[in-house]
Ligand binder design. Structure first.
Ligand SMILES: Nc1nc2c(ncn2[C@@H]2O[C@H](COP(=O)(O)OP(=O)(O)O)[C@@H](O)[C@H]2O)c(=O)[nH]1
Ligand SMILES: [Mg+2]
Length: 331
């Protein structure tokens, strides 16, 4: 890791990894280049950033003049507290899981390639929701190109393994093999490679599905022997709904956000229907920008009701938000 990377650099890098538009991507790259300490040790990274900025600018110009949109892959707009993408071999039960965790009804069937395009659906958690993306399977011969960008931008990947058949383990090994050859990889935490900002790692849970099947426990042991990985593991039956609530809670927790309710100065009660979610550790100013650009610029102070402060405490933009804070913004 190059020395002395500023907090602003790391934040821009994080946003770059999760960018869903070309415009966002360009802005983040520009901040990264501006913030990177200029010395020999970062020469390589500086050059890389410059190349990427030039490329993003060219592509943006192309889009604006109505040229052919570069196929940067499908970008599914972010919705809710965060995004988790399901990955796995054929028939692992990805669609069944999505069906159980959301109100959507994707097609579930005992033959491969039932799911042909990545499809988002919302998973409720208390009064907020997490976006899940169901995907076509990854096999030794097939890897939908769209999955790279989607996985890179996701907050979490759910790698689904089929414990219901012996092929399940073979499929799983093929998926790992396939992913290890790309620049979109899975890891215990999310980050970008220090030397190559194009190489990204996405935080992953291993979801061992079909624990209801005969011999599932034998296959689980075999799985641990064959490919020991340090991902947090969840053992579920998507079909019967076993342990799915634990998985649901863990998915939400992995989004690492807090909920904030806004209140108008003239109102007695906050708007409880639509909490904002912001990254844990975010400040009031960052949240105000999410409410409206004008709030970010014109914010004078806020009053906060919450666990960490006395009711109605007056705070400034640098106040760090807590889960379930009620915030009254004053311009
Ligand atoms: N026994 C069992 N079967 C399951 C489970 N989850 C999914 N299946 C079955 O596995 C097959 C493939 O499921 P599907 O969700 O379409 O897999 P996908 O290709 O990964 O989306 C279907 O016949 C499902 O009913 C489970 O937990 N237990
Ligand atoms: Mg499917």
């Amino acid at each position: 890791m190059p020395a002395n990377l500023t907090a602003q650099y790391l934040k821009a890098e994080e946003e770059y990894r999760r960018a869903t538009t070309l415009d966002e991507e360009l802005k983040c790259l520009q901040v990264m280049l501006q913030e990177i300490p200029k010395h020999k040790g970062t020469d390589h990274l500086q050059a890389q950033l410059k190349t990427k900025i030039a490329k993003a600018k060219r592509e943006l110009a192309g889009e604006k003049t109505g040229g052919k949109k570069k196929s940067r892959g499908l970008r599914i707009p972010r919705q809710g507290a965060g995004t988790a993408i399901l990955l796995g071999g054929p028939n692992a039960g990805k669609s069944q899981l999505v069906a159980r965790l959301t109100n959507a009804s994707p097609e579930v069937a005992p033959y491969p390639f039932t799911t042909t395009v990545p499809a988002p659906a919302m998973m409720p958690w208390e009064d907020v929701a997490v976006q899940l993306i169901d995907t076509p399977p990854i096999t030794a011969d097939y890897f939908d190109a769209l999955l790279h960008g989607l996985t890179r931008a996701a907050d979490l990947a759910l790698l689904v393994v089929d414990l219901g058949s012996d092929e399940g383990l073979e499929h799983y090994q093929a998926v790992l093999e396939r992913l290890s050859k790309t620049k979109t990889r899975l890891a215990a935490t999310s980050y970008l490679d220090d030397r190559d900002v194009g190489l990204s790692y996405t935080q992953t849970f291993l979801v061992c599905n079909k624990i209801d099947a005969a011999d599932a426990s034998v296959r689980l042991e075999l799985l641990h022997e064959l490919c020991p990985l340090d991902f947090p593991e969840y053992h579920v039956s998507a079909l019967h709904g076993t342990w799915l609530e634990d998985l649901r809670n863990a998915i939400y927790a992995a989004m690492d956000v807090v909920r904030v309710y806004t209140k108008l100065p003239t109102a007695k009660e906050p708007d409880r229907d639509r909490p904002f979610t912001v990254r844990r550790g975010s400040t009031l100013l960052e949240m105000a920008g999410q409410v409206h650009k004008d709030y970010c610029e014109g914010l004078k102070f806020a009053r906060v009701w919450g666990a960490a402060v006395h009711d109605g405490t007056q705070v400034k933009g640098d106040y760090v938000l807590h889960d379930k804070d009620v915030v009254e913004l004053h311009m």
